[in-house]
Design a protein around this ligand. Structure first.
Ligand code: MN
Ligand code: MN
Length: 467
């Protein structure tokens, strides 16, 4: 090697795909881990389903509801179920909790279409359900694809009816129609942003009239009757429901080389799954390990299941109570001594849309877990900017375990931006950095990730919990 090359190797940051020169054993581990991940995704498309799947997995692994403990000790595994939509897990560490906790926080909600409170109507012989999109979507992407309905209807008595239609091969699916190109000359003049408008996202659900006798809205009546016979619900029950319309696609392995995963809702279920697996595999951690699965991240983390709520603080306070050490301000001190990986996906560089990115500071598929020192928009506005000392500490954790990582920004400076739950914990005094899996087509009905990155994220989270 020429001296110049040797020097470059010594001094330059290495940027190569993790697949290069990968050994067979690791490749097998990656593929097998991602097979489990895809199965998890197919069972859990909504935040409620994530919590349901998680509850089963963790209870099988020795976690108990914190309410079942009167006292806690080292090694105890507890969880707090926040209204079946978000969850906090903890394993009590060997060190005193006063020295701080290690938190990994992801979110279970993903962009989707929610039913409006009065959704059902009939028009020109069709029955439709009106939707209100949840989170940042490109609306045109949600037409002409198979859609499924997931969620709950709650009766005034408290009876909760769970509904899933469109996942079983025998189920019907739904779709939102779009105008044929032959007649779309006016629509094609619209800006892409308005190519399909919010009020045009109406789900087609039926076309047969109730035929016992002539009446108004016979197709709507027939649909309501089907729902009544199957679930015992009437039209007013929609007001106390949470019915989410999500893509009916299954998670699939992608590419001729099987290197990627295509699935709905990988933002941020990929980080939910990888952090959960990491949590399950650490035995007797030194530092108390905490896993957050939050809700409502896609719409600003508000509400009592969102990260802005104080329910998480209540959970940690409850741990302090049950360890028998709580005292005024202790919670605040613990937060100031704690560290966190905000486990959320990162925008991966897409060469087809290269001009949206700055190529030296983009996340790339296949280069490992993607870290964002800060997010925010246009001049770091609204960003939680991790301190250099903390970034160095995280690098040390990853480098000791040979974990592939890359540092990125979210696209070109002046064109966009975004945020995660990082700032919420940072505001409490926790040292936080964003660390997640890079994604192509983020927020689209079908998102793409690299299996290499998924596995590195899992390894990174495990190493962090052990630190
Ligand atoms: Mn996210
Ligand atoms: Mn998102």
């Amino acid at each position: 090697m020429a001296e110049k090359e040797k020097l470059a190797e010594k001094l330059f940051r290495e940027t190569k795909t993790g697949w290069e020169g990968i050994d067979l054993k690791k490749k097998e581990d990656i593929f097998s881990f991602c097979k489990d991940y895809m199965e998890f995704l197919n069972e859990s498309k909504t935040e409620r389903e994530i919590i349901k799947s998680t509850k089963k997995i963790i209870e099988d692994n020795g976690f108990k509801n914190i309410k079942e403990y009167s006292k806690l000790k080292q090694g105890d595994k507890v969880y707090y179920n926040n209204r079946d939509k978000s969850m906090y897990l903890a394993i009590i560490g060997k060190d005193s909790i006063e020295k701080g906790i290690n938190i990994i926080g992801s979110h279970a909600d993903s962009p989707r279409l929610d039913l409006k409170p009065n959704p059902l109507y009939e028009e020109a012989g069709f029955a439709y359900l009106k939707t209100h999109y949840y989170g940042g979507i490109k609306k045109y992407q949600w037409t002409t694809i198979p859609l499924a309905m997931h969620g709950v209807v709650v009766k005034p008595s408290g009876e909760k009816i769970e509904i899933t239609i469109g996942e079983d091969e025998k189920d019907p699916i739904f779709t939102i129609t779009d105008l044929l190109p032959h007649l779309a000359s006016e629509q094609m003049e619209r800006k892409l942003k308005e190519g399909v408008k919010g009020e045009e996202l109406n789900l087609l659900v039926g076309s047969i009239p109730y035929d016992k006798e002539k009446c108004a809205e016979a197709v709507k009546l027939n649909i309501m009757n089907i729902l009544y016979e199957k679930y015992g619900i009437t039209e007013i029950d929609f007001v106390s429901s949470e019915l989410e319309i999500v893509p009916a696609f299954r998670a699939r392995t992608m590419g001729l080389d099987n290197s990627m995963v295509a699935a709905y809702g990988q933002d941020d279920k990929v980080c939910v799954y990888t952090s959960l697996r990491a949590m399950l595999e650490i035995k007797e951690p030194k530092t108390t390990a905490v896993c957050i699965i939050s809700d409502k991240e896609e719409i600003g983390s508000m509400g009592n299941t969102g990260m802005e709520s104080h329910v998480f603080d209540t959970f940690i306070s409850e741990i302090l109570n049950k360890l028998g050490i709580n005292k005024p301000n202790l919670l605040d001190h613990i937060f100031c001594n704690s560290k966190m990986l905000s486990a959320d996906v990162d925008a991966a560089f897409d060469p087809i849309y290269a001009s949206a990115y700055e190529k030296n500071n983009s996340g790339y598929l296949g280069r490992g877990i993607g870290l964002n020192k800060y997010t925010g928009a246009r001049g770091k506005s609204g960003a939680s900017d991790a301190n250099a000392e903390f970034v160095a500490m995280i690098r040390n954790i990853f480098e000791k375990e040979n974990i592939e990582y890359e540092f990125a920004e979210l696209g070109r400076i002046d064109i966009g931006g975004g945020g995660t739950i990082a700032y919420i914990l940072a505001n409490k005094g926790v040292d936080v950095i964003d660390a997640g899996v890079p994604v192509l087509s983020m927020h689209a009905p079908y998102e793409v990730t690299s299996k290499f990155d998924i596995y590195e994220a899992y390894r990174a989270y495990k190493a962090f919990y052990k630190s």
